[in-house]
Design a protein around this ligand. Structure first.
Ligand SMILES: NC(=O)c1ccc[n+]([C@@H]2O[C@H](COP(=O)([O-])OP(=O)(O)OC[C@H]3O[C@@H](n4cnc5c(N)ncnc54)[C@H](OP(=O)(O)O)[C@@H]3O)[C@@H](O)[C@H]2O)c1
Length: 250
């Protein structure tokens, strides 16, 4: 490993967006530590010379702690932590099922908070680096049939905004990623037509450019969809609720 080689740790890397981002960074010459629960998929990824596998479950804080120590022992240093783990079951989202909602909040929100907590002191002591959190356009405002996923992502975006200020004082960048619809195992469960659907490789290019070449707080894509939703976000409730009720097929 060369001294100058940059290093990234990616959670949620066994499939979908995290997986494509891992390959993109590795092909660009970065050392990449990949995490998720499914070890066999991570091991496949780790056939790439620049990728190393570190399985973990983000609902287990001591595991996250140990894995981050292992990553640091192996790589010596980390430049970016990209937290992309997440879960979504569309059928469960149509009702208010407290146990299922708690599970979504546990993985999507609390699991990421635990990851950020584990890397906090490392980055603050180092006074540089970058923590990036994969949220979603589903967190912009309340949408139909999103009783757990939307709130988990709204909380994640708000959390990212909140910690931005604190980490900035230490010279550490915090960013949030808001993808539109990307074709992954997560969205393959959707039964409705997804507007502006893009590939994981498209998402990986946007994320790579946003993390490495840009300096924006929010990395969002595809713009055709995200800008429309950003416009809906500033509408007063009466208009927002009327339009979404008319536009979203249920
Ligand atoms: N696809 C989209 O359109 C879209 C849009 C907006 C935001 N997002 C967000 O993008 C992120 C990636 O989603 P994706 O679409 O790429 O879906 P995906 O292919 O299902 O990927 C989800 C990843 O999260 C990991 N994961 C789930 N539960 C975990 C846990 N308890 N501990 C550790 N890892 C866990 C999964 O790995 P294991 O099962 O191996 O643990 C997998 O690697 C998610 O946060 C999702 O909410 C996706």
């Amino acid at each position: 490993m060369s001294e100058n080689q940059k290093k990234i740790w990616i959670t949620g890397a066994s499939s979908g967006i995290g997986n494509a981002v891992a390959k993109k960074f590795a092909n660009e010459g970065w050392k990449v530590a990949v995490s998720a629960r499914r070890k066999e998929l991570l091991d496949e990824l780790a056939e790439h010379n620049n990728i190393s596998s570190f399985p973990l479950d983000v609902t287990n804080q001591s595991q996250i702690n140990n894995v981050f120590k292992d990553v640091l022992n192996t790589f010596g240093d980390i430049d970016i932590c990209l937290f992309s783990s997440g879960t979504y079951e569309p059928k469960d989202e149509q009702n208010i099922d407290p146990d299922k909602i708690k599970n979504v909040i546990n993985v999507n929100f609390l699991g990421v908070i635990d990851c950020v907590k584990v890397v906090e002191d490392y980055f603050k002591n180092k006074k540089s680096g970058h923590i990036s959190i994969v949220s979603s356009i589903a967190g912009y405002r309340g949408l139909p049939n999103s009783s757990g996923y939307g709130p988990s992502k709204a909380a994640l975006t708000n959390f990212s905004e909140s910690i931005y200020f604190d980490f900035k004082k230490f010279g550490v960048r915090v960013s949030v990623i808001s993808p539109g619809f990307i074709k992954t195992p997560l969205t393959d469960k959707n039964e409705f037509p997804m507007p502006f659907l893009k590939t994981p490789e498209y998402a990986a290019d946007k994320i790579y450019n946003g993390l490495v070449k840009g300096n924006a707080f929010e990395i969002h894509f595809p713009k055709g969809l995200t800008l429309t939703l950003k416009f809906l976000r500033i509408l007063p409730y009466r208009l927002y609720l009327f339009l979404v009720d008319k536009l979203v097929k249920r």
